[in-house]
Every structure is written in structure tokens, then in C-alpha cells.
Design a protein around this ligand. Sequence first.
Ligand code: TRP
Length: 371
Amino acid sequence: MRGSLTTTAPDEGIDEGINDEGMNGEEMNGVGADGAGLDGGRVGVAAGAPDTFAAVAAAVRAGLTAPQKTLPPWLLYDETGSALFEEITALPEYYLTRTERAILASSSDEIVSAAGLPLEIVELGAGSATKTSLLLEALLARQPTALYTPVDVSPTALRLAVAELRRLRRLRVRPILARYPDDLVLPERTAERRLVVFLGSNIGNYEPSEARALLAGVRRRLEPGDAFLLGADLAKSPRLLRPAYDDAAGVTARFNLNVLVRLNRELGAAFNLDRFRHVVKWNAVASRMELYLESTVAQTVPIPALNTRIAFARGERIHTESSYKLTRTAQRRLLVDAGFQPEARWYDARKWFGLTLARVPARRRSRLGAS
Ligand code: TRP
């Protein structure tokens, strides 16, 4: 998941292609490998399809002409990037995915029960949904059918999710391809209660103010009694954190550098991958890992589609991603600030990763007559 998330137009045929007998791959028809064919507003696709040429061009222009060069994280998740990210999640150094999966493996039943049945599940930044299938299986053990709405910026990831979940016959899957968090419109609910899940420590990829706004936006779109499940990595020693973002096999480096391959392909840019390197910094003050692409020489890179050339000093960096690491208290505060009531938490034995279940509180009634 990835990158920034969410949003769909409520009236754009989200339910088209959903088969009442269960999920199928039909709803993903029209989702091309690089977002081609997404503009028609069909098949669970947001009105502003995420990966259009115009969106990429605008983001790259803004990012690479800023004083601190930057590229938005969602650009990392093209088809190759999504596949590399799946590889990252299986790396020995990348403890996050397997730790979160272990918590879900042992606690999914408790989690869905605590959320309150019957439920439907919406996932922001679903990725390939392999971890979420544990929650969905627990849910289907307790109710006859269920609806799952994965939202992701990557068509590749959504296709993987659909394929992964095909085996759950009583599940309906309604994938939504979308990116932007500011205008999240959730399709009409089908169960009494909705559980929104946000896993993979994706919340940490947002700046703190964005993270609060994103969660508050989700909360506003839910009803009292609905639930939210946040999966987030916990602050720990940088000696443990750093290898997760700079693995020995170099997969994370390839993942990061792939964004330049994408700009070469989609914008005709001339980035030479031998002249950039993957750099990871731990920022102790902000409590975040920072990922950069560093220019190893002074160079100028033409980007024909933008009709521009970008100059890099030797050692100059493009910021591509941050991954904030919050303490348990800070995770709790983030949820409370967004208007949620934290109710229960689950951790792995080492307390490296936490899952927090939070509730949308009853609306405060206006106190007529009270002074
Ligand atoms: N949410 C993930 C994280 O912060 C995303 C991620 C994992 C990631 N590895 C990465 C992003 C490497 C960029 C590069 O851990």
C-alpha cells in the first residue's frame, strides 16, 4: 500500500462487475498494467484515475523543481515496484510484514469479534491483501458472507488481491483503484458495521499532520460504532530498523531506483541508474527512516515530456519516502486526535509491531437545556 490512498467517486459504477455469488476477476477488467484504460470511470476506479500521465507529470515537475527534490511515494508502485515491494515483504531484514502477519494469525478471531459482528471490511492500501486474508477468514468463520473493499493505488496490487482471495468463496470483493486521501467516499455499506483496516505501517509513510488529517477524514466518513484497525511499526533501535530499509540483497535499493526507470519510461527521462544510489538515513529527531536517491555525480537529466532538464549537484538527494516510527503512546494519541477511541491492542512478543482497534464514538448530542 501503499503510497497515498483512497477516494472514489460514489456514483461511478463501483458495484459493476460484482458477482453476487462471490468475487471474481471481472471487476478488474479495464485496469491496464500501467493504468491504461482507467479513465472511463469503470470498475471501481476513482474519478481521478491515479496513474494518468498528467498526474505523474505534475507530481514529478513539482517534486524535482523544489529546493529539496522529492518524489511522492505512490510513484514507487508501478508494476515492477509493486512486485519488488512484495519481495521486500519477504526479506529476512524486513520484519514488519511477518510480525504483523503473526499477530493477525493468532488474534484475527479476537479482532473481528472485538470489532463487533456482522461486519464488512474496507482496507486502505490493501496491497496484495495476503495478511488481510487472515482477518477475512476469521470473519467468514463467524458470518455467512462478507464484503471486502480493498483500496489501493496499484492496479497490480489489486489484481494480486483479487487472485489471492478467489479461494474464499463466500467473500465478495470490491476493489477500488484510488490514491488521494482528501476526498474518501466510501461506497454504500452492506453490513451493520464497518471495519476500516490500515495495515503495514502505511500510516508511517505520511507526515504527522497528513496522518492526522487522513485518519480524521476516515473517522468523519464512518458512523458511530464503526471500527478502525491500525497496524503500525513501533519505535525501536535504528540498528534494528535500518536493515529493514537497506537489505543486504539490495531489493530495497532496486525498489527505490525503479522510480527513475518509471520516469524514463513514462516521461522519456534520461536517468542513468549507475549515477544514483539508494541512501537510507535515520532521523532521530523526527523518529523516521528517510529514503533517498542520491546523485553520485554532478549531472543534468533531461525530461522531455516536461520540456525541462533537472540539474543535480554531486551528492544531491531526491527524497522518495519517509517511514515514521511511533511509540505506543504516540500511536494512541494519533488515533485520539483523529477522534477515535482506542479500545484494544495486540502486539507480537517482542513488542515490535502493534495492532490497535479503535471505535468511532457516539455523536455528542447537543445538550438542549443544559447550561
Ligand atoms: N509502509 C512500508 C514501511 O514504511 C513501506 C515500505 C517498506 C517502503 N519498505 C519500503 C517504502 C522501502 C519505501 C521503500 O515500512
